[in-house]
Design a protein around this ligand. Structure first.
Ligand SMILES: NC(=O)c1ccc[n+]([C@@H]2O[C@H](COP(=O)([O-])OP(=O)(O)OC[C@H]3O[C@@H](n4cnc5c(N)ncnc54)[C@H](OP(=O)(O)O)[C@@H]3O)[C@@H](O)[C@H]2O)c1
Length: 185
């Protein structure tokens, strides 16, 4: 039976495939206006988001979004201490579908928004992966978008998992900032 969920990844990376610097901080150069708008629009259409403990997006409607927050600190699923729309989730113990159903999300687009471990976890499941690049930024020893980077490029990893690139959309040619959406045909 086909899944009722459409799994979409959203990431912006440096030229060397990093999400954040070595301290886990996203430098200002990774915040590209067009990409921020694309990211917000994408999540506004999502039924829920899934991310690791350090990766929540900061958008006007973030508080309204159902979300699963991955952590080893719970056995299976547990209420979030302060966000009634969120559940803490242990991916090793509970399928993400069970977590979504516990949030009353029974179908629709699910935004996967990082970090490294969570982007890696969903590699076999992405229907779409929206990979933006800030081509003039380099973050040696940074946090990679997938665990396989930098041994492999992000593109190689997506290809390895059966995704194919769409056309390049340029956000800002001066900053060499662009987006490619990869899809599973
Ligand atoms: N450029 C981008 O597009 C982008 C996207 C996402 C994040 N970021 C940035 O990257 C930085 C680094 O993020 P991060 O590497 O710290 O990632 P993260 O995934 O947000 O947080 C890591 C934590 O999430 C939990 N976690 C992750 N995978 C898990 C798994 N398989 N099972 C159970 N728990 C799991 C663990 O929490 P516990 O320690 O509680 O077990 C882990 O310590 C963030 O600060 C964010 O700003 C950038």
């Amino acid at each position: 039976m086909p899944s009722p969920y459409r799994i979409e990844g959203f990431a912006i990376v440096s030229a060397d495939g990093m999400l954040a610097d070595a301290d886990g901080v996203m430098p200002p150069e990774l915040f590209i206006e067009g990409d921020q708008a694309f990211f917000e629009q994408g999540l506004d259409q999502a039924a829920a988001v899934i991310h690791g403990r350090n990766s929540q997006e900061q958008q006007p409607r973030s508080a309204e979004r159902p979300r699963l927050i991955a952590t080893h600190s719970v056995e299976t699923l547990a209420p979030h201490p302060s966000n009634p729309k969120a559940l803490l989730w242990n991916p090793a113990a509970t399928p993400f579908e069970d977590g979504l159903r516990a949030l009353s999300v029974t179908g629709g687009r699910i935004g996967i928004i990082g970090g490294t471990g969570i982007f890696g976890l969903f590699l076999p499941r992405y229907d779409l992966f929206h990979l933006s690049r800030a081509g003039q930024v380099r973050l040696p020893s940074g946090r990679p978008v997938f665990p396989q980077v930098p041994a492999l490029s992000p593109d190689d990893v997506l290809r390895q998992y059966g995704l194919k690139p769409g056309p390049i959309h340029v956000f800002d040619s001066g900053k060499d900032a662009s987006l490619v959406t990869w899809s599973r045909k």
